[in-house]
Design a protein around this ligand. Sequence first.
Ligand code: PEP
Length: 263
Amino acid sequence: LSSRAHRAQDTVVKVSDVSVGGDPFVVVAGPCAVESRDQLAATARFVALGGAAVLRGGSYKPRTSPYSFQGLGREGLGLLAEQRAATGLPVVTEVVDPADLAHVAEVADMVQIGTRNAQNYTLLREAGRAGKPVLLKRGMASTVEEWLLAAEYVLAEGNPDVVLCERGIRSFEPSTRFTLDLSAVVVAKRLSHLPVLVDPSHAAGQAELVRPLALAAAAVGADGVMVDVHPEPSTALCDAGQALTPAGFDELVTALDSLLAGM
Ligand code: PEP
């Protein structure tokens, strides 16, 4: 179902009223984690003003350490709903447990499956039945074929609205958190009709690398990027090193606009 043999034409996924796939290039932005009403409201306000089409924010955080901030859960979903109403931006947020799916899907315009659950077939099947588009991160150790087969689990439930997201893979290279695999974007778009986003924030783990990697993603034909933004990155409760400041987000959007205008 994900293959070009099944459907030659590019799929455009409607996330509320935002089209993901084809033109225009989509910027998804927001905090890695929803931390508080003020933090989310400030972030949502400036990403909306700065040109984001979709607001991101994790309320259930799949952290490597069980002692790290795990997200606000249901409370965070309520805050996302508030900012959806305040800014008009559709929301993408992650589900980590099938038990939370109904609540997440009530608020989310697109349900995110993260890299750590990219081969959680029960969750993928249930997300396929949740009635919302699904943003499927690539598993950090998944081949492109495994990533597309993970997408099949969602599609096979009758949900055609899957957006793929390359977010870096494990490699031997320690200078970035993961290795952004831009060749996988090109390969996935050649093999599949599904839209492909790139998350340079989680790939690099460093804010300085986000802009160049986002520009590279646009240059290789990604349909959009998803980036972490925080009003005060040094205080972020989750992945502080990779969050763009408001000024950094504006610079990113300006740079993307001028690159895309010349393409
Ligand atoms: C995220 O986008 O919040 C996230 C945790 O990403 P990943 O699953 O790619 O690590």
